[in-house]
Design a protein around this ligand. Structure first.
Ligand SMILES: Cc1cc2nc3c(=O)[nH]c(=O)nc-3n(C[C@H](O)[C@H](O)[C@H](O)COP(=O)(O)OP(=O)(O)OC[C@H]3O[C@@H](n4cnc5c(N)ncnc54)[C@H](O)[C@@H]3O)c2cc1C
Length: 426
């Protein structure tokens, strides 16, 4: 998401030679839903790709937080106010719709060149002319060296660019174990045509979160209400002993049903619709915050520098903010010397780093509150839910809290970059 946004935003700013190296053979259409928060929509709209993505998405009008075991409602939060307040509604969509929308936007610019099935590795210079080795998957093609004016490492949570940059700078970086993993599940409407309860959910405009100790499930309809998307979080057992390089694995349906075995019958029914052999489990990994996101004319983007737990539904939105900010910062350069490029990338870091890491923390904190087991902290949380039912107080599920939404959705990263450029560049 970050790489596509960088390419599109840079092209829109008039940059002429943009090359995107992607190790996968295509955009990797992971079967998963994604929340399209207003701060993401605002950027996408300005990049001219929001209309197409919006047309396939579902406008979320409300959210319900429920006890997993009993399905009783802890909180109901109307979300229609979001469009009037932030200019865009809170929508949810298919991940492929988002990446394809960005990709189609890129295709409008012939100066963006895609190199699929080509891995970028071995960064041997970060500036003044950053360079790396591009290795085509097709072994009949030899690896070749690429040199650029600016290198943006949007290579995800396993980022080679981050590792190389931190090694070069002698900065120790640590992986923080979250002890959490996630199943991502999609149920198609025809699978549940005889299940009125689930049909009501798929036809609705609601995000539902069922919570329990150390676990939750968040679910919403996507793709014009034809698919019901579920994303779970549970203690990581499969990956606990695995190396850092392991992120996804084929899960067992039996285990998944056992993990949520004490959730209510409707949730269990939902999970049982997943075809055997199609259970995919993701390790939720994060890192310690990095001291720097840039070195000379090279910058890190998205999960490469701020992997975020999904509990705030902001990881991709933040990667998209990164791309938009980088393009504006580079477009405002008074000259194109390597020294100025390095300073512009620092402007990007100044606009983005503190905000991104604040959201990383907030997402982790929200997860902790949602996953509480019996005890004083849970009693306190449930008092907040009870107060909310009477009409006041914060929402312990932070993505649904109006004050948190103000921080996240009310921030216009592009405007901020333009307004602060001279101050930060100086
Ligand atoms: C369960 C779950 C639910 C989520 N829900 C949401 C949500 O609702 N809303 C939201 O905003 N975010 C959500 N996220 C977060 C979001 O998916 C990520 O934050 C986002 O995809 C990060 O984008 P990125 O571009 O940084 O990295 P990625 O999307 O991981 O892209 C990195 C790309 O780089 C490529 N690559 C990697 N290494 C190389 C290499 N050496 N050479 C060339 N190419 C390479 C990869 O193939 C990949 O295409 C969720 C995440 C999870 C795990």
């Amino acid at each position: 998401m970050g790489g596509l946004t960088c390419a599109l935003a840079l092209a829109q700013e008039g940059f002429k030679n943009i090359d995107v190296y992607e190790s996968a053979s295509d955009l990797g259409f992971v079967g998963a839903g994604i929340q399209l928060a207003p701060n993401m929509a605002r950027v996408l709209d300005r990049l001219g790709v929001w209309k197409g993505i919006e047309a396939e998405a579902v406008n979320i009008e409300e959210t319900s937080v429920r006890v997993g075991a009993t399905d009783s409602e802890l909180a109901h939060v109307p979300l229609q106010y979001i469009k009037d307040t932030y200019g865009y509604p809170h929508m949810v969509g298919h991940r492929s719709s988002l990446s394809n929308g960005l990709y189609q936007g890129c295709l409008r610019y012939p100066n963006i060149k895609f190199h699929f099935s080509t891995s970028a590795a071995d960064v041997d210079s970060f500036g003044p002319r950053p360079s790396f080795t591009a290795t085509p998957r097709d072994s009949s093609q030899a690896p070749y060296r690429v040199e650029a004016d600016v290198l943006l490492g949007a290579d995800g949570i396993k980022s080679n660019t981050r590792v190389a940059m931190m090694e070069k700078l002698g900065i120790q970086t640590g992986v923080k174990d979250t002890n959490q993993a996630a199943y991502r599940i999609m149920i198609h409407k025809d699978q549940i045509k005889d299940d009125p309860e689930l049909l009501a959910l798929i036809n609705g405009t609601k995000v539902t979160r069922w919570i329990g100790e150390k676990r939750h499930i968040i679910a919403y309809p996507v793709s014009n209400n034809t698919i019901y998307n579920l994303s779970t979080v549970q203690p990581d057992t499969n990956f606990a002993a695995a190396t850092n390089a392991t992120y996804t694995t084929r899960g067992s349906k039996k285990t998944m049903l056992e993990v949520f075995g004490d959730f209510c019958p409707m949730v269990q029914r939902m999970l049982s619709y997943v075809p055997e052999g199609e259970v995919c489990e993701w390790k939720l990994r994060v890192h310690e915050p990095l001291e720097t996101w840039t070195h000379e004319s090279t910058a890190l983007v998205g999960d490469a520098c701020h992997p975020t737990l999904p509990h705030l539904a902001q990881g991709a939105a933040q990667a998209i903010e990164d791309g938009a900010v980088i393009a504006i910062a580079l477009s405002l350069l008074p000259d194109t010397t390597p020294a100025s490029i390095a300073k512009a990338l620092k402007v990007y870091e100044k606009v983005r780093k503190e905000r991104a890491y604040a959201l990383v923390e907030l997402a982790a904190a929200s997860g902790r509150a949602l996953h509480l087991g019996d005890g004083a902290a849970k009693e306190e949380r449930d008092k907040q839910f009870a107060a909310l039912k009477k009409g006041n107080g914060p929402v312990p599920d932070k993505w649904a809290d109006a004050d948190v939404q103000k921080i996240i959705y009310g921030f216009d990263c592009q405007l901020e970059t333009r307004e602060k450029f001279n101050e930060y560049f100086a």
